[in-house]
Design a protein. Structure first.
Length: 167
């Protein structure tokens, strides 16, 4: 695992998140909040996006030495504008953090406690791979929800990222 790969992965993560946001802008408010919990982990597109955003905030906080005791609350983000407005700062922080890393940084062990107070320690690179994978997983759920409402995002495949950014 190298910092160059991590830079690429987190640039892709930001690019893919932005594609989801753009597709979500086409939804009506009732579609954004519609409960689809029978089919999706976090019930609605709003719940799914707040979960992704919250995980990105939580892990970035942990990497910076802070272990939040609670996740973000979906109810604090009633609209897509509220979600994307808050997420912009997290996305900038996450990308800035990733772009500043060296290979040695990725081997550093991060000590943190989860929201239940249990202690853990893993190399930063493993935690960053976990978060990127987590975001990809839930972004696919968001893409499926958007497609359900007739507003599929542009392709999220990494090859589409390479083609668009000429990497």
């Amino acid at each position: 695992m190298t910092s160059q790969i991590m830079h690429l992965l987190y640039t892709y993560n930001d690019w893919a998140n932005q594609r989801i946001w753009r597709a979500a802008e086409a939804l009506a408010a009732d579609e954004f909040e519609k409960d689809l919990s029978a089919d999706f982990s976090f019930g609605s597109l709003r719940g799914t996006l707040v979960h992704i955003m919250g995980a990105e905030w939580l892990w970035l906080s942990r990497w910076q030495g802070v272990s939040p005791r609670a996740l973000l609350k979906e109810s604090d983000f009633p609209t897509l504008a509220a979600v994307s407005g808050h997420w912009i700062g997290i996305a900038k922080g996450l990308l800035t953090y990733a772009m500043g890393l060296t290979d040695d940084d990725l081997r550093n062990v991060v000590h943190y406690t989860n929201t239940q107070g249990k202690a853990f320690a893993y190399p930063l690179g493993q935690l960053m791979m976990h978060l990127a994978n987590h975001s990809t997983h839930h972004r696919s759920e968001a893409a499926t929800i958007l497609t359900h409402f007739g507003h599929p995002p542009d392709p999220l495949d990494m090859i589409a990222f390479y083609a668009e950014t000429r990497r």
